[in-house]
Ligand binder design. Structure first.
Ligand code: C5P
Length: 318
């Protein structure tokens, strides 16, 4: 059986990956760059309901509010937006779409359906222009990793991709979430460009996720997986899905659990092929997907077209 079929049926495992990807995963586990030490329990068979309740209890969205050192002593209370992200949209959205950047969304014709949602989340530098038929044109929130801010090739300050949307940036801190160490030594320096952008465009909502949120998500993936998952932060995709589960009543996720169009094309907007983009090497992406598969509602025909539906946390009563 193919990886796609096994993911659909909830029977995917690491040994289905190519030897190259399996080796990459093992190397990341032994390198443990972020100093992860997980002491919690592991359980791979919780019911959907228990899993959702665990997520609702443990994975609360947190953004930097400037109240903690070193940010407080640097005057960040005045730099971050006045309204926290959880309150920016009042009572939140009804229906939301999370659009991953996977190559398999090409030729999907999903654009109209995606745009019919109350809010649409996209990732990093994924464009809509020229791809409207397949990915739609509406963007409400864009999640960006720290490379987007730090790498001049993305033209973060001037590109229209990052205008007229809510921006949510993230960077992996050490697992122990020492904010001093993180501030001095982020993966990519997002802090300086963030401050600059905030001063230049103070009216645009722009947040940095608290690394606690990132590692809480990681803990949940590990707590529900028997294997040692990669000790690296979850992918932007998983982070975005969880964020939208807080903001929306219902979340439709597009081309995360691979559809019948599954391809090694990494991104729909780039001619670069690597199965790691879909199945993970650095990120514990396969395990994220196994978890999302367990949470989904919706039919086989949804899966075939590249969609899974997840409930918003507001609708889950624990
Ligand atoms: O590559 P990038 O992180 O910008 O893509 C956004 C997200 O889309 C990823 O973090 C991942 O969750 C998802 N993705 C995927 N399969 C791909 C490419 C991206 O699931 N081939």
């Amino acid at each position: 059986k193919s990886v796609v079929q096994r993911l659909w049926q909830g029977s995917a495992s690491l040994d289905m990956l190519s030897p190259r990807l399996q080796k990459a995963v093992k190397d990341y586990v032994s390198t443990n760059k972020h100093g992860v030490s997980y002491r919690g329990r592991r359980h791979a068979r919780k019911s959907k309901r228990r899993l959702l309740c665990e997520m609702k209890r443990k994975a609360k969205v947190m953004t930097l509010d400037g109240e903690e050192i070193p940010f407080s002593s640097l005057g960040w209370q005045k730099i971050v937006p006045p309204l926290p992200l959880e309150r920016l949209y009042g009572s939140g959205f009804g229906s939301c779409a999370v659009v991953t950047s996977a190559g398999a969304i090409l030729h999907s014709g999903l654009g109209k359906e995606i745009d019919s949602h109350d809010a649409v989340l996209r990732f990093n530098s994924a464009p809509t222009k020229g791809y409207e038929r397949d990915v739609g044109s509406k963007t409400t929130i864009r999640i960006i990793n720290s490379q987007i801010l730090a790498n001049p090739s993305h033209q973060f300050n001037s590109s229209s991709l990052y205008k007229n949307v809510t921006l949510v940036a993230w960077d992996p801190a050490p697992y122990a979430v020492n904010l001093h160490k993180w501030y001095k030594n982020p993966d990519y320096n997002l802090f300086t460009p963030y401050m600059k952008y905030r001063k230049q465009f103070p009216a645009q909502p722009f947040y940095i996720l608290h690394p606690k949120f990132i590692w809480q998500l990681w803990d949940i993936i590990q707590a529900n997986t028997l294997d040692n998952i990669q000790p690296n932060p979850p992918s932007s995709g998983f982070i975005g899905i969880l964020l939208m589960m807080w903001l929306c009543d219902e979340v439709d996720v597009y081309e995360y659990i691979p559809s019948l169009r599954q391809t090694d094309l990494c991104h729909y907007h780039e001619r670069y092929y690597d199965a790691a983009c879909t199945l993970g090497a650095y990120h514990p992406l396969l395990y994220e997907k196994i978890l999302v598969q367990r949470l989904k509602t919706g039919s086989e025909s949804d899966l075939a077209k590249g969609k899974v539906t997840l409930p918003g946390f507001r609708t889950i009563h624990c």
